[in-house]
Design a protein around this ligand. Structure first.
Ligand code: SF4
Length: 318
């Protein structure tokens, strides 16, 4: 018996391939290639060790930051020449993510993909996370799968991030439920956070992304953050809530895999996550003019800075 939790946008995602403004194959990310795919490709193509490292774990050897299998048209030559079944697990699944917690599985999609960001920006309601129980044998019918602690916290938390509140108001409600939480990030000095972010970006080699998001010379006050929270909700009533819901859904469930579950820490990180997006909006000067293509562009690029440099949120949280 399994329970599957799914982001409702999961099934509707389709990669836009050569129409993508920032193909994930052009990014300097470390892409692992599973053993089965490595062997299958070696058999088909002969010596591929200049494109995929021979030592385990196998990884793509990027050329000028690009995947060695990408064509001039931005298409995948493995997909075109041999078919989808020869793609590595990572390439086949991105930006979809599946995680398992015993008998409970979550299926979601990452906002660092421009097409996912476009879907989130254009969604005109709160995104739902649906759950479904799958029975593996007839004997299981009618039995109940008890809820994990993280599932209970996740459902309760997501119910606070609803259409009636702005995202910052939802964090305040969360603060009331988890005493002491709001002594943290929301009352902090934003300038200090941005300075720290600069240090972290340079430490992890993400300065280029940091600079293109114009995060360099920022003087942002808490009032600016509150203003953008209100303005964004006027133009995109569900966007900030949906960004938080996607993050919280995934990250609260991760607690299930750790011994000392620290939900308050997860909430703080979610707030930093949102705060960084607000800072990017402010630093790009679009508090009043929220065109959807610009918001989409800034959203996926902010998420690339964060999602593919996992340490950023961890270090800022410290
Ligand atoms: S970033 Fe998203 S839309 Fe673009 S090529 Fe990758 S999966 Fe497709």
């Amino acid at each position: 018996m399994l329970r599957i939790w799914k982001n409702e946008l999961y099934d509707g995602f389709n990669c836009i391939t050569s129409a993508c403004p920032s193909n994930c194959c052009d990014e300097d990310w470390c892409i692992s290639v599973d053993q089965k795919t490595y062997e299958a490709l070696s058999e088909l193509m002969g010596d591929i060790n200049d494109k995929i490292s021979s030592e385990r774990p196998h990884t793509l050897i990027k050329k000028d930051h690009k995947c060695p299998f990408i064509t001039d048209d931005g298409l995948c030559s493995i997909h075109a020449d041999y078919g989808e079944e020869f793609l590595s697990n990572t390439c086949r699944s991105y930006p979809r993510f599946v995680s398992g917690y015993g008998d409970v599985y979550t299926m979601t999609i990452g906002l660092s993909c421009p097409e996912v960001a476009r879907m989130i920006v254009s969604t005109d309601r709160i995104i739902r996370f649906t759950s479904e129980v799958l029975y593996e044998s007839k004997n299981e019918k009618g039995k109940k799968l008890p809820k994990l602690e993280s599932e209970v916290v996740m459902e309760r938390t997501l119910s606070l991030f609803n259409k009636d509140r702005s995202a910052l108001e939802s964090f305040s409600c969360l603060g009331e439920e988890y005493i002491g939480f709001h002594d943290g990030i929301i009352n902090s000095n934003i300038d200090e956070i941005m300075l720290k972010l600069r240090d972290i970006a340079s430490e992890i080699g993400a300065v280029e992304q940091y600079d293109t998001l114009k995060l360099g010379n920022m003087h942002i006050s808490m009032d600016d953050i509150k203003r953008v929270d209100v303005e964004l909700k006027k133009h995109y009533p569900f966007l900030a809530q949906n960004i938080c819901r996607c993050y919280l859904f995934e990250r609260i469930m991760y607690n299930e895999n750790v011994v000392n579950k620290d939900y308050a820490d997860t909430f703080k990180k979610a707030e930093i996550y949102l705060l960084l997006f607000y800072c990017v909006l402010i630093s790009n000067g679009i508090v009043a003019e929220f065109e959807s293509d610009v918001v989409t562009d800034l959203l996926y690029r902010t998420m690339r800075l964060i999602d593919h440099n996992e340490n950023i949120i961890e270090l800022l949280s410290e």
